[in-house]
Design a binder for this molecule. Sequence first.
Ligand SMILES: [Zn+2]
Length: 498
Amino acid sequence: MTHISLGSTLFTYSLLDEDGSIQQIFNNDGQVVNLPPLGHFYTLSNTTTLNVKERFIPFAEKYFLGDLDDFNVDDNVFMKDEIKAILTKHLSTGELLVSTNNPKYIKAFILMYMVYIKEDISHKLPDQLIFDHMDTKIGYAVSIESMLLNNTIGTKDNLLDLIYASGLVLKDNDYKKLRITTQGERILPAIQKSLKLELPLKSYFLLCQLHEDYVQLSLHQVVTASTSEEKEQESIIVQDEIVAIPNIYDSLCESMWYNLVQNSSLIELCEMHNTSDKSKILDLFSSKTKKEFFIILGVHISDNVLQNNPGAQSKSDTYVVKLNNSCNCKVHFTTADIIDISCTPVLQDIACTLYGSLLNKELFGNYMNIDYLFSFIRFSSNPQLQYAFSRILEEEADDFNLELGIDTCCLLVPELFSQLIQPVIAQRPLCYKDFKIGALQQVSISKFETMNYLEDNETLNRGDNIYQHFSDTCLYLEYAFKNQDVDVPSAQIPEMKT
Ligand SMILES: [Zn+2]
């Protein structure tokens, strides 16, 4: 399984039993060694910009811009070395960087990134999982952050083409299967397990992922019931929205700064400023100091507060950071101070955006029965803050519901997203069903009627909507119809192992 987001690229591989349970996990940490996340290279704002070493441009021109069907890296040592130099050597080595908005380079860079992952993985796989080992059944599950996909190569199909071209997965091989999901799709079973919930059939829930500068709001509808044999339910996304928010680091620093200006009790003044001269004190809160403090505090929050540091200080230990770069004034605070002063107002603002979307007719205001709103904090990897964050968000939800007479139950999923998608021994991986019986998709009635005779696909009829697990046979059939070619392959699709 590969999980690609702006902040991290993780890769895990596991061996499954006959029934799909994980028997063995080969790497626990999930890190792809030495590979910086794509967020180091892309800036996504109104337009997408690729920031990369200058040597990438002629390299891409020569190797990555041709027909994907002819693309091949296999024995090209120069290419492999060059890819490594562009991706893994630190960006601040003094080498010239270029920024480009050109879609062809933006796409070529993703292809190069996938080639690196393929090369990196192939050195680490145990013998029985080597790519060209023909009769080992391997399922490749790739999950990607929607924001990243939408703003670089656009669609899952484009990513599929790039992954096949990279050689990571062999195309047209019944033993190797590739499934691409966006992060948050197929997550319902993990949420159910975490929160011990059964959801009513046909009910809706809103999944909110809180990132550093945006929230992703995905409205899901529950399409399978929980039964005694099958507790896990399935859902499909009916509406997906990305809403920009002010950068979380800026907001956290802004709140702390505003507090310091009002109340300087956290500041230990230096000799120069420790005076009764009011103008000197006022001078301390200059825009220059503010700018410097934002950088100092931002780094501190990123390294010490939102990071998962097993050896980190406890909530009551005091941190000391400089107020600016030009004098010796210092700010003393604890993690509890950061939560109270910075996190609380910032999360309250975000909560307004989330809960407000339930009323906003342009977002989800037209849906009556949204039973649950589940949130994931994606901007923090520190599990110790989850409790404080959930308290803030849930208190805000109570006020909101009371005030507006809404009865959507708003919960922060207690685990971090990365913990929830981690493989667990003796449990099925989240994407297992996708490989076993195909991905759940909504189909139109006319298409359904023509495909109805395919017996190996479980069909779920829900009033006007028909959902079907698309196995590869079905996908092929759909493709064949589009191309006026009605030959249906009769070969059995082998059961997959991830
Ligand atoms: Zn000072």
